[in-house]
Design a protein around this ligand. Structure first.
Ligand SMILES: Cc1ncc(COP(=O)(O)O)c(C=O)c1O
Length: 396
């Protein structure tokens, strides 16, 4: 079109370039997609996913990243605007009133509140099982059970759940009842690099991409990976919960993914070295890290984890007062709630992820006031140990 007016030009420019193969996938920052002609508009509703319609339903930038994750996990990936959006949408897509979910007591705080305060309003019951006593599932699972939901390693006690054993028990009962019982694992702490739940037959893997996958503390997102069939159900609901990932977030996450392997390797390495160094300090009561021989689940960790991860928890002498003092005196590690970033961070569970829980809830979850959760970054380990030691030395 020649001699366009300025109003038209500022929208369309002088020339519209066809894509000639950018090195980086572009951000399709658009809500709406134009159709070549009206007959194409109906193709999407007939199942042709190559026709884009509206970015609350799907978007090319998000789509291409979903394809990447699908290849990475060898199962169908669906992206969300947060980890909690991924969790809440998945549960609602698969579970209905008068059904129940079985789960572990020490869940991530957001999930814990969603399970205990929101789902009961929809008559979905929550029951718990002890990770160290999986045989209990044999009598806890009932014909009403639709989902067995768990995390491993757990937050903040870094306890492990035997994935293979759990799946085996659930599949056995599933057969007896002749109904689908979904096993769902929140793999955020370990990530697919350190632990592949699909190897043990888990149905659905969820990750908050805000953590290790994003890795730079600058985005919020969630990922669900499942069979094609299940993914279709989850995607259908995502349309109506409006919880798809933003195109710009998908761009950032795609960029993060390129260094994911290197970051996680370094975080793992720093975690084991820091854990070993901290175990020797006089002001530490215990260090909880699956890579340590002293960890009660060390043998299980060696069996089911490919790397021991970047999450560890310490308990300092002197309870909460000293936990606060220790965090305040750190010079490198940042005192922040989230985890999985390139910077080492610390948080006190009773003041952050587990705030508001009653004394008995904390005791049941094994959380004490002197605990400090650590997420190792990719800094030089000598600097990190020096920082932790100078702060620990100040405790009485
Ligand atoms: C284990 C775990 N799962 C899920 C979430 C929720 O993720 P998001 O904050 O991205 O909604 C978090 C957040 O801290 C988490 O630690």
């Amino acid at each position: 079109m020649k001699n366009k007016k300025i109003e038209t030009q500022i929208i369309h420019g002088n020339k519209q370039y066809p894509f000639t193969g950018p090195v980086v996938y572009p951000i399709y920052q658009t809500s709406n997609f134009r159709f070549k002609n009206s007959s194409i508009a109906s193709r999407y509703s007939k199942g042709d996913e190559s026709v884009f319609v509206y970015s609350r339903i799907h978007n090319p930038t998000v789509n291409q990243l979903e394809q990447k994750f699908t290849e990475l996990y060898d199962n169908k990936a669906t992206l969300f605007c947060s980890g909690m959006a991924a969790i809440s949408t998945t549960i609602l897509a698969l579970c209905k009133s008068d059904e129940e979910i079985l789960t572990i007591p020490n869940l991530y705080g957001g999930t814990y509140h969603y399970f205990n305060e929101v789902l009961p309003k929809f008559k979905i019951d929550i029951k718990t099982f002890e990770p160290n006593s999986l045989e209990d599932l044999l009598y806890l699972i009932t014909p009403k059970t639709r989902i067995v939901y768990f995390e491993t390693p757990t937050n903040p006690t870094i306890n492990l759940v035997d994935i293979q054993k759990l799946v085996k028990i659930v599949k056995k009962i599933e057969k007896e009842y002749n109904k689908k019982i979904y096993t769902i694992l929140d793999n955020t702490f370990a990530t697919i690099l350190n632990q592949n739940p699909f190897k043990y037959g888990v149905d659905i893997v969820i990750e908050s991409t805000t953590k290790y996958l994003g890795g730079h503390s600058d985005l919020i997102g969630g990922l669900v990976v499942s069979s094609n069939n299940t993914a279709q159900k989850i995607k259908n609901l995502r349309k109506y919960t409006g919880s798809i990932m933003e195109p710009f977030t998908a761009f950032l996450l795609d960029r993060s993914l390129k260094t994911f392997l290197f970051r996680v390797k370094q975080q793992n390495q720093n975690a084991i070295e820091l854990a070993k160094a901290l175990e020797k300090h006089r002001n530490i009561i215990r260090v909880l890290y699956p890579g340590l021989k002293s960890h009660p689940n060390h043998e299980l960790a060696k069996k089911q984890m490919r790397g021991f991860g970047g999450m560890l928890t310490i308990e300092v002498v002197g309870g909460l007062k000293n936990a606060i003092k220790f965090c305040n005196n750190l010079k490198l590690a940042v005192n922040a709630m989230s985890l999985g970033g390139v910077e080492t961070s610390v948080s006190i569970p009773v003041l952050s992820s587990h705030i508001g829980l009653t004394k008995s809830e904390l005791t049941r979850q094994g959380v004490t006031e002197g605990m400090v959760r650590i997420s190792t970054g990719i800094e030089n380990i000598v600097d990190l140990i020096q920082d932790f030691y100078q702060s620990l030395n100040k405790l009485k």
